[in-house]
Design a protein around this ligand. Structure first.
Ligand code: SF4
Length: 90
């Protein structure tokens, strides 16, 4: 049962407070947070939980590295250029 650990509480270093596993299990568009293995291994067998409840394709989405910030900034700049209809924003 995927909800088995939903009420287990742990401290989130990212947010700076305690929260329940339900949040961590669903925070990434209804998939687990990418830090889920690091944060929950002391509470229950999280690797087995991920293996049992998610497909290989979902594993790659969950643990996919975040887009580099420079690439994100570049995309923001390109979007601004497109919105303004100008090519000379530097
Ligand atoms: S899995 Fe993510 S949201 Fe959950 S405690 Fe860890 S960092 Fe926070």
């Amino acid at each position: 049962m995927i909800e088995k650990h939903d009420n287990t509480e742990g401290y989130c270093r990212k947010l700076g407070h305690f929260l329940s596993f339900n949040y961590c299990r669903t925070v990434n568009n209804n998939l687990p947070c990418s830090k889920v293995l690091d944060c929950w291994f002391q509470h229950f067998p999280i690797q087995q939980f991920i293996k049992d409840n998610y497909s290989e394709k979902e594993h790659s989405i969950i643990f996919e590295p975040p887009e580099p910030k420079l690439q994100s900034l570049s995309e923001i700049l390109q979007n601004a250029q497109q919105r303004l209809g100008k090519d000379d924003i530097k």
